[in-house]
Design a protein around this ligand. Structure first.
Ligand SMILES: [Mg+2]
Length: 272
C-alpha cells in the first residue's frame, strides 16, 4: 500500500546532497498534477498548495534549472504556477515554453499529425461519451477523455477502453493516466523526450525528477539511461505514490513520498 515504504528523510537527503552541494550544475524537474498540486475533482481547479510558489521561486534563484513537465498545455501550467523563471514542457513534451518566452515552441516531430487526435474525437458520437460520463478536453494535438467524478466511473472507464481500441485502429497512441485517457498523435513527445531535451542544457549533470503517473515512468527510465550512459552523475527519481497511481511509480523510483506534501518537503529542503 502507498505510504508503507516511504523513504526516510536521512536517505533522501543523502541522495539529493550532490544537487544541494552544487546547485549551478543541478536541475529540479517536476510533474504538476498529483505531484506539486494535489489531485482535485475538477482538473481545472488544481492549484499549488500554500507556500509552494515561494519555495519554487527560491529554487529558480539557486539552481541551474527548474522545469515543470506536465500533460497540461505549457501555458496552463505556467499560469497555475505563476513563475516565469521555470522551463515548462507541456502536453507531455509536445511543447516547450522556456523562461522569458511568450509562446510555446511545438515539437516539430508532430508536424502534419497535429490534428489527428482532434479529427478522431470529432468523429466520435459525443452524445455517447457524455452519456457514459466522459468529459473531452481539447489540448490541441492531444485530446483527453476524463472520468473523474463521473456518476459511474467504472462505466465511463469501460467506454474509454472501447474508444482507445478505436483510436489505436485510427493510428493514434492511447495513453492512460489517473482517470484519464489521452489520445496522442504517433511519434514525438513523451516525458522521456521532454526531460532529455531540458537536460541538453550545458553544464547540468545532476537532476531530480518527481512524478506520480504512468507518463512519469517514461521520464524515470530515460533519466536512468542518461545516468548509465554517463551523461548525468546523479539522477534521483522521486515517486509520489497514491492508491490510484501505477505500481511502477514506487517500483522504479529512488525515493517515494506519500503525496504532494512529501515532495514539497523535499523541495523546501533543497531551497534552504
Ligand atoms: Mg501527475
Amino acid at each position: 500500500m502507498p505510504g508503507e515504504s516511504q523513504t526516510t528523510t536521512a536517505a533522501w537527503r543523502g541522495l539529493l546532497e550532490p544537487l544541494r552541494a552544487e546547485p549551478a550544475r543541478a536541475a529540479i524537474l517536476t510533474d504538476f498534477d498529483g505531484t506539486l498540486a494535489p489531485i482535485v475533482e475538477r482538473a481545472d481547479e488544481a492549484a499549488l498548495p500554500g507556500g509552494a510558489r515561494e519555495v519554487l521561486a527560491r529554487l529558480i534563484d539557486r539552481y541551474a534549472m527548474v522545469g515543470a513537465v506536465s500533460g497540461r498545455r505549457a501555458a496552463d501550467v505556467r499560469a497555475r504556477i505563476g513563475l516565469d523563471g521555470i522551463a515548462y514542457a507541456g502536453n507531455h513534451g509536445l511543447e516547450l515554453l522556456l523562461p522569458g518566452e511568450s509562446e510555446p515552441v511545438p515539437d516539430p516531430s508532430v508536424g502534419e499529425r497535429e490534428g489527428d487526435a482532434a479529427g478522431f474525437v470529432g468523429s466520435l458520437d459525443l452524445g455517447r461519451c457524455e452519456e457514459a460520463g466522459l468529459r473531452v478536453e481539447d489540448k490541441g494535438p492531444i485530446q483527453a477523455l476524463h472520468w473523474r467524478g463521473a456518476p459511474d466511473e467504472g462505466r465511463a472507464e469501460a467506454s474509454a477502453r472501447e474508444i482507445a481500441v478505436e483510436a489505436g485502429r485510427a493510428g493514434l497512441e492511447p495513453h492512460w493516466g489517473r482517470k484519464v485517457l489521452e489520445l496522442r498523435p504517433v511519434g514525438g513527445g513523451g516525458k522521456d523526450a521532454a526531460v532529455a531535451s531540458l537536460l541538453a542544457e550545458d553544464g547540468v549533470d545532476r537532476v531530480v525528477f518527481a512524478g506520480d503517473d504512468r507518463t512519469d515512468v517514461d521520464a524515470f527510465r530515460r533519466l536512468e539511461e542518461l545516468r548509465e550512459a554517463g551523461d548525468l552523475t546523479a539522477a534521483v527519481r522521486v515517486g509520489v505514490v497514491s492508491a490510484e497511481g501505477p505500481p511502477e511509480i514506487a517500483e522504479e523510483s529512488d525515493v517515494t513520498v506519500a503525496g504532494p506534501a512529501g515532495w514539497l518537503e523535499i523541495l523546501t529542503w533543497l531551497a534552504e
